[in-house]
Design a protein around this ligand. Structure first.
Ligand SMILES: [Zn+2]
Length: 238
């Protein structure tokens, strides 16, 4: 078997850090992605690398996390090798490795520009981190843009949705996830207690969270706080 294509849905390191090793192993391999990683390398990733180096120097990183932090620093240092070979900044239909695929671009969603794939033959949407568990990963997200991207996925005709983190979903489950996400955002944008927003998320997503509820609650609390404090609003402007 030979790997010929990778579609990076977005630039988060857990999605792009494998690019250099896979390209070394498969020389014909082409990486498809948006150019949003360029802004991230100058901004978010550069800032987080500086913060990580400072924390390491001060001994502020827990011993169990040092390996991961050093790994991320090494990945960011090779940032230009993470960039896509084929830039896809606008929605377009392509044939990749003989398969017709529609690469859809979502603006100001989980990142500044996310890619998701619609495979019409299979009626399957592969959506990257537009769907994640045990909570939506909102670190670099515009919540309202993300909701609009979910509407596009819902309108695509997909009967199966493949999340970036979590099990493959039926259309019904995808709609459940989307409703839970929308309710969580609306709650965090509102004035009620944030604990209520986390509790709502945990209840609505309980079928997927299972015994991961401690982590799910910690994430929902954290992201609810980011939304409430307006810390994600900057991601809603290009
Ligand atoms: Zn991810």
């Amino acid at each position: 078997m030979s790997l010929v294509a990778i579609v990076n849905t977005h630039w988060h390191l857990d999605h792009v850090s494998g690019n250099p090793a896979l390209k070394a192993a498969f020389p014909r391999l082409k990486v498809y992605g948006t150019s949003a990683i360029d802004g991230a390398l100058m901004g978010f990733l550069a800032n987080s690398a500086a913060a990580s180096r400072k924390a390491l120097a001060e001994g502020a990183v827990p011993a169990a996390a040092v390996g991961d932090v050093e790994g991320d620093l090494a990945t960011i240092a090779r940032g230009t090798e993470l960039r896509p070979d084929v830039i896809v900044d606008e929605t377009r239909d392509m044939v990749i490795a003989g398969r017709p695929l529609s690469l859809r671009v979502a603006h100001l969603a989980a990142t500044e520009r996310d890619l998701w794939i619609y495979d019409a033959d299979q009626k399957r949407a592969i959506v990257g981190d537009l769907v994640t568990l045990p909570a939506p990963f909102l670190d670099t997200a515009c919540p309202e843009g993300w909701l609009a991207a979910l509407d596009d996925v819902a309108a695509s005709g997909a009967e199966q949705v493949v999340p970036g983190h979590g099990p493959i979903m039926s259309t019904a489950d995808f709609h459940r996830w989307r409703d839970a996400f929308g309710d969580f955002i609306a709650c965090a944008r509102g004035a009620g207690a944030l604990e209520g927003c986390s509790a709502g998320w945990l209840a609505a997503a309980s079928r997927w969270i299972g015994d991961d509820s401690v982590r799910a609650k910690a994430m929902a609390d954290y992201y609810g706080g980011l939304i409430r404090a307006g810390k994600l609003d900057g991601y809603c402007t290009a």
